[in-house]
Design a protein around this ligand. Structure first.
Ligand code: KG4
Ligand code: ZN
Length: 363
């Protein structure tokens, strides 16, 4: 009989408390349970994630998520091979809750503890869902991050480019706020866009520049100006909201499509002409228009395209459990000194992106 590896994964880096059990064997990975407790309702009135509210909600909900994940998987903690937990980057209060809980479980059930970089969790998801082999090209696009990565191993990521200011999910959230749509902005902008036409002219920043760096902050400001021009001091009609949402989404789609084309070229230079398998992950990859456009780029190049199911694109515990299993199989463990890190770049060899702020590189 082949040995399998079963890992409990815990995620609490932003506004989703999540836990999952994943079993990895010779033929691939099985998600035995995947429990997510979203805090969307708690943050709705504030127009964004409030770190203090998030931290308290994680402290309250994580135990329940873990118990539920073990129950659904029909496993006791002792049946796990390891406990994996997101140790960064993200909001420190939630990360500390997750790390403390994971330490408690590891100590109580005498299990190895494994700290996971949240971005690595997203970046390895195509292996969890589609058994994708290394190397591959990845577009990671979420509420806090955006980068093209060449993924060459379970802890080897080369950043080819990324946003120099806002993350695209952040831009979706801010545009939703400007248009009076619900948070999180991605799904509500996508829904509004499906009712409108991309008839308003908006910029596509940085398409005139070499490489695959991107910028979303100017686009958001352009939406603000276009909104004010449309409204002319009055209220926005639902038609205008739909057209503005559709125009914004179309600009993001164009930026991603063209920069993906460039990322393919960079990848091919890096890997002496070999075509990349191309995968997407992160909350923004849940957007159907964006997925379709990226699939088209991949098809044009004859490249395999992998887009995980929506629930595994947004934050979840299964990706953390799977990343934990990969580290477990390479004998990479942490111990009780594991700490939470609000900033933790995946590719530390690269110069920090412009939007990284004074406290150091975010991603
Ligand atoms: O990966 P994720 O769940 O959390 C982070 O690590 O940030 O991504 C959340 C982000 C939010 O900004 C949300 O508005 C965006 O992903 N998002 C979307 C869609 N669904 C979620 N953006 C565009 N279209 C969507 N359908
Ligand atoms: Zn995420």
């Amino acid at each position: 009989m082949h040995r399998t590896t079963t890992v409990l994964g815990i995620e609490s880096s932003c506004d989703d408390s999540a836990a999952a059990v994943v079993r990895v064997g010779i033929g691939g990975a099985d998600i035995l349970s995947n429990v997510v407790s979203s805090q969307t309702d708690l943050h709705r009135d504030y127009g964004g994630v409030v770190p203090e509210i998030a931290a308290r909600a994680h402290a309250e909900m994580l135990d329940t998520c873990v118990s539920r994940a073990l129950e659904i998987a029909q496993c006791s903690p002792g049946a796990m091979d390891a406990v994996a937990v997101t140790a960064g980057p993200g909001l420190i209060g939630g990360l500390v809750s997750g790390v403390m809980l994971a330490k408690g479980i590891a100590a109580g059930a005498d299990l190895p503890l494994i700290g996971i970089n949240h971005l690595a969790g997203h970046a390895l998801t195509p292996r969890l869902t589609d058994n994708l082999g290394y190397p591959y090209l990845m577009l990671l696009a979420s509420g806090g991050h955006c980068q093209f990565l060449a993924v060459t191993g379970y802890d080897r990521f080369t950043r080819l480019g990324g946003t120099i200011d806002d993350a695209p999910g952040e831009a979706f959230d801010k545009v939703a706020k400007l248009l009076g749509l619900a948070q999180p902005g991605g799904p509500s902008v996508e829904a509004a866009a499906s009712e409108g036409s991309p008839s308003i002219v908006l910029p596509r920043p940085m398409l005139d520049r070499e490489g695959c760096d991107m910028s979303f902050s100017g686009l958001k400001t352009a939406v603000l100006r276009a909104r004010d021009a449309c409204a002319q001091g009055g209220d926005l009609s639902s038609r205008m909201v739909a057209d503005l949402a559709a125009s914004f989404q179309a600009a993001v789609v164009d930026i991603f499509a063209q920069k993906t084309d460039r990322a393919f070229a960079m990848y091919q230079t890096l890997f002496s002409g070999s075509a990349p398998a191309f995968a997407v992950a992160g909350g923004v990859a849940a957007n159907q228009e964006i997925r379709q456009a990226l699939r088209l780029v991949a098809d044009t190049h004859g490249v395999r395209f992998v887009a995980p199911p929506l629930a595994l694109c947004t934050d979840n515990g299964a990706m953390i459990a799977f990343a934990g299993a990969e580290r477990f199989l390479h004998g990479k463990f942490d111990n009780m000194t594991l700490g939470a890190r609000s900033r933790w770049p995946l590719d530390a060899s690269q110069v920090p992106m412009l939007g990284s702020g004074k406290r150091g590189p975010k991603a």
